[in-house]
Design a protein around this ligand. Structure first.
Ligand code: AMP
Ligand code: GLY
Length: 420
């Protein structure tokens, strides 16, 4: 069968690499993919905002399954659109995607179902928000309601930081803002918790710890993710049960009440305080770089899992994992997350001979006449599986040293909480 993957990041290359191992798959199309996916799939450059063009391509090429990586098209309703034409799509519909598309939607759901989360208020004017923070304790968290690629969150240490955040959000930095959210600051350790859903049932799909800050020691600006390790050091049976019972099941109940089920990956972003989970945010997709970190540990055929999800048959699939630990380091273009140069050539990729349990997934790369260029902020993901996080990191750093690419930088301390 033929499959299509939408997206161009490390997450989508990792999904592509997992799917290509399935004996049932004859061909994969990536929309638009990157230099890495072009080695194992056909990259197709279409205007993805034009759903009709995509639908025509899918039907003309007999693509039997579409997997959507990034959130934007989910929030815009691509799943609902394609399903009208009887196309199998792995991903949540527009209603369910509000879990990521509107922070206020999720907070109201938490309130209704007693889901543990930071205390919050919703404000519809600069004045009312400013007045509130005059009498607040700091730090405090101020968030834009809508999708902001992880950038619409301000941790404010004093009143003046708060005024800047409120101004920027209401002045439209993240799109037209009717409301913003002010939240209590939760002081704990973060964990990414993944589940996979078929509309009726769900299964756990691993945990990971992302490293969002650009500099070593978790300092500097927030990024899309500089590296991750899996499993998280925080997970245990009791905590997993609490996350499912107190957070995920009530959320699914809330969705059912508004007439929606959930199909696809669900990424639950948590703050863990004394083995208690608090919901920070939902993402209606796999994490990036968590996906690149988790998928190499998967032993079950990913295509079978996706098909089972589209056919409400997940309960009959046993999802199996390797026991090894996984670590991922992301190489970024110098200057990221601010301005960086594009079209810098990456020369030595073919000098890296990957051993079993070592992987390189591309992100912002493009191939022109057999040469590979960096075109994005996050460029390459290096992953190694090992019994030991420390050995995994050493192996990766050895591979990155062989690459010797002077257009990029990376954090050498990924996994510092689990590596002595
Ligand atoms: P979000 O986009 O909601 O995940 O927020 C981005 C990051 O801000 C999270 O990964 C946390 O590190 C931090 N954050 C968000 N909300 C809170 C909160 N209530 N307390 C502490 N940190 C937070
Ligand atoms: N790793 C963070 C994210 O995917 O949003």
């Amino acid at each position: 069968m033929k499959v299509g993957i939408i997206g161009s990041g490390g997450r989508e290359h990792a999904i592509c690499q997992s799917l290509i191992k399935s004996s049932k798959i004859s061909k994969i199309f990536c929309f638009p993919g990157n230099a890495g996916t072009s080695e194992i799939a056909e990259n197709i450059d279409l205007d993805l905002e034009k759903f009709e063009k995509l639908k025509e391509f899918i039907i003309k090429n007999n693509i039997e399954l579409i997997v959507i990586g990034p959130e934007k098209l989910l929030v815009e309703g691509l799943v609902d659109y394609l399903e009208k034409f009887n196309i199998k799509v792995f991903g949540p519909n527009k209603k369910a995607s509000q879990l990521e598309g509107s922070k206020i939607f999720t907070k109201k759901l938490c309130e209704k179902f007693n889901i543990p989360t930071a205390k919050f208020g919703i404000f519809d004017s600069k004045n009312s928000a400013q007045k509130f923070i005059q009498n607040s304790n700091f730090p405090i968290v101020i968030k834009a309601d809508n999708l902001a690629s992880g950038k619409g969150v301000y941790i404010c240490n004093n009143y003046n930081d708060g005024v800047v955040a409120i101004d920027e959000i209401f002045n439209g930095k993240f799109g037209k803002a009717r409301n913003l959210l002010i939240e209590e600051f939760l002081n704990g350790e973060e964990m990414s918790f993944f589940t996979i859903h078929d509309g009726k049932n769900f299964k756990c799909f691993g945990t990971a710890q992302d490293h969002k800050r650009v500099l070593e020691g978790d300092k500097g600006k927030n990024t899309g993710g500089m590296g991750a390790y899996s499993p998280s050091r925080l997970i245990n049976e009791e905590l997993e049960k609490k996350i499912i019972d107190k957070i995920i099941k009530p959320t699914l109940k809330g969705l059912r009440e508004i007439g929606s089920s959930y199909k696809g990956f669900l990424y639950t972003g948590l703050m863990i305080i004394d083995n208690e989970p608090y919901l920070i945010e939902y993402n209606v997709r796999m994490g990036d770089p968590e996906c690149q970190t988790i998928l190499p540990r998967l032993l079950t055929d990913l295509n079978e899992i996706f098909i089972a999800c589209c056919e409400e048959n997940l309960k009959n699939i046993k999802i199996e994992w390797s026991n090894e630990k996984s670590l991922c380091i992301v190489i970024c273009s110098k200057g990221y997350p601010d301005n960086f140069e594009k079209y810098v050539e990456i020369k030595n990729l073919n000098k890296i001979k990957l051993k079993k349990n070592e992987f390189v997934f591309h992100a912002g790369t493009s191939k022109k006449r057999e040469r590979i260029f960096a075109i994005g902020g996050r460029v390459l993901n290096f992953i190694t599986l090992s019994k030991d996080f420390g050995i995994a990191r050493e192996t990766i750093i050895g591979n990155i040293t062989k690459l010797n690419w002077d257009g990029g930088f990376y954090r050498k301390d990924i996994g510092h909480k689990v590596i002595k």
